[in-house]
Write a protein that binds this ligand. Structure first.
Ligand SMILES: [Mg+2]
Length: 330
């Protein structure tokens, strides 16, 4: 971490080192040296993902409890690792803070709690904070960038590009609940900053739970049950399934009646931020790593001038499912 810091920031950096704890596991050298050292297991590959969390784009200080903002920031990256079947090895967090943030209690407290949200989820996910940076933000908004490294047995990473014609399409958990909670939040923005909420209370928008154990189990059982492709549901079923189809060069049909709903059908299709996994394959059990798995459709051949994703509605009609944001209709 660089040296041009005000006293508040300097103290913060010292406290980060203490709170991050000692290096261990795949993180051989953590905070304190010029760089971190990671040790992957013998025959493994390194998986890397980075995510910006920008104030007023990804979180709002007046809407999101600081802990939830930190949790969400890390959850996005962990969910990407889960989708690849990777085991997280190290987290790296860079923060740009507006001038004076660490000099006064409300700003300092917010950053402390944000970090707490990151560290609690990191601990629960078996990964350590291995380093990062702080700087003064150019404007009035907090900017956070998270880098996550993970490992996966060589050649085993689950890819978006592996779906095969005839594969079943499966999702974990339920879809749409995060979008429902976001609506509740936008109707009453102070609701959750007023009340003390924690990740134990099952808030799907504030404290999403990345499916790391499912991702790793998918890799382990790939030999027998044939898991061919995977993606995490960060942008919404309609968008993410379209991404998977595009990368695999296939089309998909899903059945509205089969989708495990955590809200309305529209929430489930377009809501996003559920951080469940979607994967395709054959002979898939109804539960993986203790998480419910539901078959919602199948992969079919891509045809010219045909929509890549079709949805069979409850009345039996079939209609193209466009990869659209939440505010649009199906
Ligand atoms: Mg993703």
């Amino acid at each position: 971490m660089n040296k041009q810091h005000h006293q508040g920031e300097r103290k913060f950096i010292q406290s980060v080192r203490t709170r991050a704890g000692r290096a261990g596991g795949p993180l051989r050298v953590g905070i304190g040296d010029d760089a971190a050292v990671l040790r992957p297991k013998g025959k493994s590959e390194i998986v890397v993902t980075t995510d910006f969390s920008l104030e007023n784009t990804h979180f709002r200080r007046d809407w999101h409890p600081a802990k939830a903002a930190g949790h969400r920031c890390l959850a996005r990256g962990l969910s990407d690792l889960a989708a690849m079947g990777a085991r997280p090895m190290g987290v790296f967090l860079s923060l740009a803070l507006p001038v004076g943030t660490m000099d006064k209690a409300p700003g300092r407290k917010w950053v402390d709690n944000f970090l707490e949200g990151v560290l609690e989820l990191a601990k629960a996910s078996g990964v350590k904070l291995g380093g990062g940076d702080t700087a003064t933000a150019p404007g009035k908004e907090i900017l956070a960038d998270i880098v996550l490294l993970g490992s996966v047995p060589r050649g085993k990473a689950l890819l978006r590009s592996g779906a095969k014609v005839g594969d079943g399409i499966y999702v974990t958990g339920t879809l749409g609940a995060a979008a429902v909670e976001l609506e509740v939040l936008s109707d009453d923005p102070k609701k959750f900053t007023r009340a003390k909420v924690t990740d134990k209370d099952g808030h799907p928008h504030l404290f999403p739970k990345p499916r790391l154990n499912v991702g790793r189990a998918l890799i382990r059982r790939a030999g027998t049950s044939k898991i061919n492709s995977a993606i995490d549901l960060s942008d919404g079923l309609s968008t993410d399934l379209a991404h998977l189809c595009a990368e695999s060069g296939v089309a998909a049909i899903i059945d509205a009646k089969l989708i495990p709903l955590g809200g309305t059908l529209l929430h489930a299709l377009h809501g996003g931020e559920d951080y469940e996994l979607l994967f395709t394959g054959k002979k898939v059990p109804k539960q993986i790593a203790g998480v419910k798995v539901t078959r919602i459709g199948k992969i079919q051949k891509a045809k010219k001038n045909q929509p890549p994703v079709v949805i069979r509605m409850p009345d039996g009609s079939e209609t193209p499912l466009l990869a659209r944001g939440w505010e649009h209709q199906i």
